[in-house]
Design a protein around this ligand. Sequence first.
Ligand code: SF4
Ligand code: SF4
Length: 455
Amino acid sequence: MEGKQLGNRSSKENNIKQTFWPGNRRGAGGVGGCSRLMGGQKHSPLAVRLEANGTMEHGKLTEALKAEARQLGFDLVGVCPAGPPPHLKAFQQWLQAGYAGQMHYFHRRVLAYEHPRFLLKGVRSLVMLGMNYRTVEPQATATGQGRISRYAWGSDYHELIRRRLRRLAQWLVQQVPEAKVRGVVDTAPLLERSFAQQAGLGWIGKNTVLIHPRLGSYLFLAGLLTTVELVYDEPFDRQHCGRCQACLDACPTGALVAPYVLDARRCISYLTIELRQMPPQELRLKMGDWLFGCDRCQEVCPWNRPPVVLEERGRYESGKVSQNWESWNHLPVVSEEAAFYPGPGCNPANAVEILGLTEDQFRERFRGSPLWRAKRAGILRNAALVLGNRPSEQGLAALCQALQDKDPMVRAACAWALGRYPDPKARYALQHALTAERVEQVRQEIQNSLQDLLC
Ligand code: SF4
Ligand code: SF4
């Protein structure tokens, strides 16, 4: 998500030190349904008017392109010129500080982040797009249940957005046949949030997420890069966090080490999605019942107040936040995309059941879902940690069973979780497992838990 824009940055914006692009707070891979596109591509209501020389004038083309994007189901659309992303230096500092943890792909592609021309030769404009994924509200979890981040409740958004980007790209090429275009959603080296701010879609909050004044921060971001010159929007150069720091106070693991600075190595999203090993000891209890991702720093954000409040907000925020408020009133604060609504067992998830999934069952259940990214071993590890943090009878039985799992990381997580069960069955299962376990790290987890239970 990320220049006339470069010169227009406000002093507040310059205070933004860092933003985090978690392929995790959003994930990857899969399929998606698309309620708005059923019945085929709809046509822009805005008539395309060509100039005498056969091309559309920049302003009209930009407006028609935006109308087409909205027609395709993008809630937010703005355009900015191609240039170095405003947050490039902060991003580089973030990498140098080691905050990316094991997400080595950031380091491997660090040069490509410097300019979108590394994604599309001759690029002049970035059309930045946002889709609201807020649907129903999260259900409270009972013992044996875990929470999944909202963005991952439905089918994987990448495929859905890619299809729409392709249609938008086709539309643009129909208007400007010599145009080169490239759609980007999440996986290319583009600081999407930084460009989204430049395109006027919102500001980057202290929780490092892009926030739109009406829609809040439950937004998927994407970009269409093109060699076509368009008319650019004003950057969103106001910062509406003010003195609030609710997100920093609420983060269970202290991952927001300063306003706008996220240490991904401590972030539950990273720990449950990206990390391919056991999370550090000192963070495991703090991960609570999060099975995949974490929304805590967004849940507490006043800009994500419940939909009913959001609907009312225009009355008192109009004029205070932005003179644009009226132009946002049509935006639904709850998404109309069927694909983003929770699938069965997602809100919340049954950690006991998940911990018992075989490879085939895992594939059947999670292929095409954002949870696929963490793979079976990651999801079962997370389920075990949830059951360790929320002990129950059923959880105990499931953990004892999965202590025999074929994957050492799952066994290690079960061993740790059983250490939270002051029950003779847990101790017996650990002692029994120790006699057969050959992997040193798992043995260590078992021994630590036995020690905890004997204390
Ligand atoms: S609350 Fe903390 S752990 Fe959770 S997503 Fe935000 S920064 Fe990460
Ligand atoms: S919780 Fe407060 S400080 Fe954090 S992003 Fe929201 S408004 Fe900004």
